[in-house]
Design a protein around this ligand. Structure first.
Ligand SMILES: NC(=O)C1=CN([C@@H]2O[C@H](COP(=O)(O)OP(=O)(O)OC[C@H]3O[C@@H](n4cnc5c(N)ncnc54)[C@H](OP(=O)(O)O)[C@@H]3O)[C@@H](O)[C@H]2O)C=CC1
Ligand SMILES: O=C1O[C@H](COP(=O)(O)O)[C@@H](O)[C@H](O)[C@H]1O
Length: 503
């Protein structure tokens, strides 16, 4: 890997502490950092190199998946770290930083390859990019890359404006937009599973698949993030980015040996084929929810409106479910159902692919029918792939669950995968501008409809699977959310499968 100077804005912040330093340490231990590597941490706090290193050490000890009992490796690791006081708005701080960075590169005999990681609020992105350009930190004698955190914009217009401004300093290939869901090991495996397995490829169409269900449910509530979350809600916080990225990764058809460019192109094709939603149809296709008081794991928890820092009478969405359709040759007629919410019954991110039921036609009575085949990708917190088949015992169909891939110990975390990719300049698992823009375009009518109160806000009890209307979204089409312990009320048109999966 090429020599790299890692310039970290927001080095004193929460994300750096909990995710970035532990990820870098794990890469270091695995020999996945460049041979010549330096990190400059930046913030307004008057830290020194020494106090910064002590903080990094502490964060590694607390949050790394590897035990840092080997004091020597931790010492070698933190020696690569330096700290500079920098106020984002102060021009002269960039000049001082450049001087220190150049001195270090000269001492190491390293070219000016610089990775700028913006672990700061989005309001700063534009100012930092402009200062990088103006100060000469983005030297033309080496490469430069920009890694940025979500959120990328607040709506379609602001995302476009931000992109326009960033692109004055960085080309699209130099921008690495983090969506940590794309760094999750199971999400990365999904593409490979399809690419390398003709059997899966052959099944990956509307000929065999009945529907796809994508869930990211959380048990946590708004926690200490009211100031951020009450202005954002589930659509912006999770749906526009993580959930639509999961949709793209599930629906993509990749040729064997796909390049980063091909992945990007194919994801864009998926998003372009998603049937646009009209503002007036939002109420019919999208469920907007907000948690009320309830219980999680037997413990009572407050409703959203009683959480500290939430505006009285807030109409913010803490849950969203939607039905999407992809109008292309592969997926025409296959609904994709997506839901995400806070304070739900369980913490689980999974994709369930439900196959059509060939046995149904040979058994009109329905009595002898088996359950549909399901291919389940457990993305987190536990990881796994299972296939549900039917078998017959004593004349009765019985579900047979085959584990194709079980959870592995000590797998790299999302941030490790993503930082490693950014250091190598591999943009495959980052959110590209086309996708981000198309995603905002798709959700914009939802934001508009919510703002105009065109979709009712449905309360749901904390500790449940969300509003009953989310179950009805599927029931109307004759489906149900798989693996919800107690199926929500299924409408008259819907059918309830006799089989209740024993997960
Ligand atoms: N924390 C998390 O789990 C996640 C965070 N993110 C995103 O990551 C980014 C950082 O979040 P997080 O670490 O939680 O935020 P924090 O509030 O914990 O940290 C903010 C950082 O920004 C620095 N900062 C703020 N203002 C200035 C300034 N004027 N000049 C220089 N530095 C400044 C602070 O340094 P100092 O105070 O020393 O000036 C601090 O290091 C945000 O965009 C957030 O949305 C995304 C996903 C998850
Ligand atoms: O980006 C975010 O993700 C987390 C959920 O991430 P996960 O890896 O634990 O599934 C969510 O809690 C947070 O609100 C959101 O900003």
């Amino acid at each position: 890997m090429e020599p790299t100077t890692f310039v970290l804005f927001g080095a004193t912040g929460d994300l750096a502490k909990r995710k970035i330093y532990p990820a870098l340490y794990n890469l270091f231990v695995d020999g996945k950092l460049p041979q010549s590597f330096s990190l400059f941490g930046l913030g307004r706090r008057e830290w020194t190199d020494e106090s910064f290193r002590a903080n990094v050490e502490q964060s590694v000890r607390q949050f790394s998946r590897r035990e840092a009992e080997d004091g020597d490796s931790l010492q070698r690791f933190v020696r690569m770290f330096r700290y500079s006081v920098l106020d984002i708005g102060r021009k002269e701080d960039y000049a001082s930083l450049l001087k220190r960075v150049e001195e270090r590169e000269e001492a190491l005999g390293a070219p000016p390859n610089r990775l700028f990681y913006l672990s700061v609020g989005p309001d700063f992105f534009e100012t930092i990019a402009a200062h990088i350009l103006e100060s000469g930190l983005g030297s033309e004698r080496g490469w430069k890359r920009l890694v940025i955190e979500k959120p990328f914009g607040h709506d379609l217009a602001s995302a476009r404006e931000l992109n326009r401004k960033l692109s004055q300093t960085f080309a699209e290939e130099e921008i690495f937009r983090i969506d940590h869901y794309l760094g999750k090991p199971m999400v990365q495996k999904m593409g490979a599973l399809q690419q390398a397995n003709p059997a899966i490829q052959a099944l990956w169409t509307n000929r065999y698949i009945a529907n796809v269900q994508i869930t990211a449910s959380e048990t946590v509530g708004v926690e200490e993030r009211a100031g951020y979350y009450d202005h954002v809600g589930a659509v912006r916080d999770m749906f526009q980015n993580h959930m639509l990225q999961l949709l793209m990764m599930a629906a993509i058809h990749l040729p064997h040996e796909s390049s980063s460019e091909q992945v990007r192109f194919k994801k864009k094709k998926v998003m372009q084929a998603v049937v646009p939603l009209q503002k007036q149809d939002v109420a019919a296709k999208v469920v907007r929810g907000q948690y009320a008081a309830g219980a999680i794991s037997g413990k009572p928890v407050a409703g959203y409106l009683s959480e500290p820092g939430i505006a009285p009478g807030s109409m913010n969405d803490t849950f969203v479910a939607a039905k999407l359709e992809i109008d292309d040759i592969y997926w025409r007629g296959v609904p994709f159902y997506i839901r995400t919410g806070k304070r739900m019954k369980e913490k689980s991110t999974r994709i369930v692919v439900e196959f059509k039921e060939p046995l149904q036609s040979s058994s009109p009575s329905g009595e002898e029918r088996g359950a549909p085949n399901l291919l389940v990708f457990e993305i987190g917190p536990k990881e796994g792939i299972t296939l549900q088949l039917n078998t017959k015992e004593d004349g009765e169909f019985k579900p047979l669950r085959v584990e194709l891939h079980g959870a592995q110990d000590n797998v790299p975390e999302a941030y490790e995968n993503l930082i490693h990719d950014a250091l190598r300049g591999d943009g495959t698992f980052f959110a590209h501008w086309d996708e981000v823009e198309l995603s905002w375009q798709w959700v914009q009518p939802i934001l508009d409809a919510f703002a105009d109160d065109l979709a009712p806000l449905r309360p749901y009890a904390a500790g449940s699977y969300g509003p009953a209307e989310a179950a009805e979204l599927l029931a109307r089409d004759g489906y149900r959310w798989w693996f919800d312990e107690e199926p929500e009320t299924i409408s008259e048109k819907g059918e309830q499968y006799a089989y209740n999966a024993n997960y």
